[in-house]
Design a protein around this ligand. Structure first.
Ligand code: MG
Length: 394
């Protein structure tokens, strides 16, 4: 038998992450520090935390915060079971050392240090840093400089710098944990701008791996706006059409667009017979491919007897919102010889704006006679047609 060499059992290194979120964000202006600002429905910090929590091979995420931000932190991390956050210190470097000292109680094999202000870090970047630590004591995400670099003196170019060996450092920056702790302890008196510089000073060779352009640091309002564009879901435009008719019956008022209008007849129907709201409800349902009003509110269901049709329209608007959509505009035309709509138009528009929760200038409302032709011309009933435009995530 040929003896075979036994392979060493593979063990994934234990990897913990320290997210540095202790900055006051003074460059940002405004009361709310940048890491607690909203970015497409989640705070900047929460996005950074979620990125690492969903990455492969991460055991634990620890966050360093300014203790005066505790309520903001608790709100941003609601529903997560994270270790008690570390209190930030006077400088970023001192904060990182405090975080590493905390981790030392149950040390990982490797540690990634990441700035909370880089919320759009990709799984690829995280994976590349971790993978590089297989063969290096330290590795950071970075991007090669692509623009020509000038050195300036008194507002003029002193020299053109050879950019071929220049990279821009990002985070995460990863380290063998024991070496990171030793390097930071040794550098406690130095003032360095990133953790790689601490490692370099300690004599470690630091590998460079590709980060990505979206992993930029949010420093200004413009950065936040740029990040917001990147996380925005692509939207598409949809339209839907609705049409409805109700016949006249004995009565003293008709309800149109949620407004009772005195008249010598009423409209007959299972609900309040608001023909305009029914047409508009169908238009919204049509725009999102959600059937028609009869599917959602069957006419044989006694619950809708005499119902305020605002209920139907609000339901349709709620379905649009539930899909992450919004109503761009609606336009309604009412066809009848009488009653006259004009005097009631402001009230009807206001009612539609209130039900749909959109601005009145996104609402069209018109009325026309049919020149005494057809059933509306013979005053047998009222017809309404409507169109709705919505924006939906595609
Ligand atoms: Mg109807």
């Amino acid at each position: 038998m040929v003896p075979t060499k036994q392979a060493a059992p593979l063990r994934m290194p234990i990897c913990d992450v320290l997210i540095v979120a202790a900055g006051s964000g003074t460059r940002f202006g405004g009361a709310l520090p940048k890491q607690y600002r909203d970015l497409g429905g989640r705070t900047v910090l929460r996005r950074a935390i979620d990125a690492f929590r969903s990455a492969d091979g991460i055991r634990r995420v620890l966050v360093a915060i300014d203790p005066t931000h505790r309520p903001l932190y608790d709100h941003a991390t609601a529903g997560l079971s994270l270790a008690e956050p570390v209190a930030g210190r006077a400088t970023r470097q001192a904060t990182v050392l405090a975080g590493l000292e905390t981790m030392a109680a149950d040390p990982p094999d490797i540690v990634l240090v990441h700035d909370a202000a880089r919320p759009l870090v990709s799984q690829g970047t995280i994976g590349r840093v971790i993978a590089a630590l297989d063969s290096a004591p330290a590795a950071i995400a970075a991007l090669p400089v692509v623009d020509t670099v000038k050195r300036e003196q008194d507002g003029h170019i002193e020299a053109t710098v050879d950019r071929r060996h220049l990279w821009l450092a990002q985070t995460p920056q990863g380290f063998a944990f024991n070496l990171a702790l030793a390097a930071h302890r040794a550098a406690a008196d130095a003032e360095l701008t990133d953790d790689a510089a601490v490692a370099e000073r300690f004599g470690l060779r630091v590998a460079l791996v590709y980060g990505d352009a979206a992993n930029f640091k949010i420093t200004t309002e413009d950065d936040l706006l740029r990040a917001a564009h990147l996380v925005e879901a692509p939207m598409e435009t949809r339209t839907g059409l609705g049409f409805d008719v109700h016949r006249f019956t004995a009565g003293q008022a008709v309800t149109l667009c949620g407004v009772a209008i005195p008249h010598d007849r009423s409209l007959e129907g299972h609900s309040d017979a608001d023909v305009a709201l029914h047409a508009l409800t169908d238009a919204l349902l049509g725009a999102i491919g959600a059937g028609d009003i009869g599917v959602h509110f069957p006419p044989d269901d006694m619950r809708w007897r005499g119902a305020d049709s605002a209920l139907f329209l609000r339901h349709a608007a709620g379905l649009v919102a539930a899909r992450g959509g919004r109503i761009v505009n609606v336009d309604v035309t009412i066809l009848c010889e009488a009653p006259r709509i004009g005097p009631h138009r402001p009230a009807m528009t206001g009612r539609l704006a209130a039900i749909l929760e959109i601005a009145p200038d996104r609402i069209g409302l018109k009325a026309t006679t049919t020149e005494q032709l057809g059933f509306t011309g013979r005053r047998e009933g009222v017809a309404a047609q409507a169109i709705a435009t919505v924006r939906l995530p595609s």
